[in-house]
Write a new protein. Structure first.
Length: 100
């Protein structure tokens, strides 16, 4: 799979949910783009549930671990690498793992 990500964003305003459907190969380097997109979706409509759908993508173990950690803790990394709780973080981040 290619390392360039393609992401389709679907907003369900009734459910207050944004689904980011990811295609390509998610790596430790490019998974930060997914955090940025989650923040942007939440900035547009605060309090969203954000679903990262990786079912049509592949992911390195490190990238999947980082995304899962963010889902479990409710924290998104900042570009400097530190973790902060911020108002632009979605209310809930769920990760749908890549198909095997």
């Amino acid at each position: 799979m290619e390392s360039k990500l393609r992401v389709a964003v679907r907003l369900d305003l009734d459910a207050r949910q944004a689904c980011l459907e990811v295609h390509g190969r998610v790596t430790e380097q490019n998974c930060r783009v997914l955090y940025v997109l989650a923040r942007r979706a939440n900035a547009a409509l605060p309090g969203l549930f954000v679903v990262l759908d990786l079912q049509k993508a592949s992911a390195t173990d490190g990238a999947l671990a980082a995304l899962s950690h963010s889902s479990e803790t409710g924290r998104l990394p900042v570009l400097t690498g530190g973790l902060v709780q911020e108002s632009f973080a979605p209310r809930q981040l769920s990760v749908l793992a890549p198909a095997a």
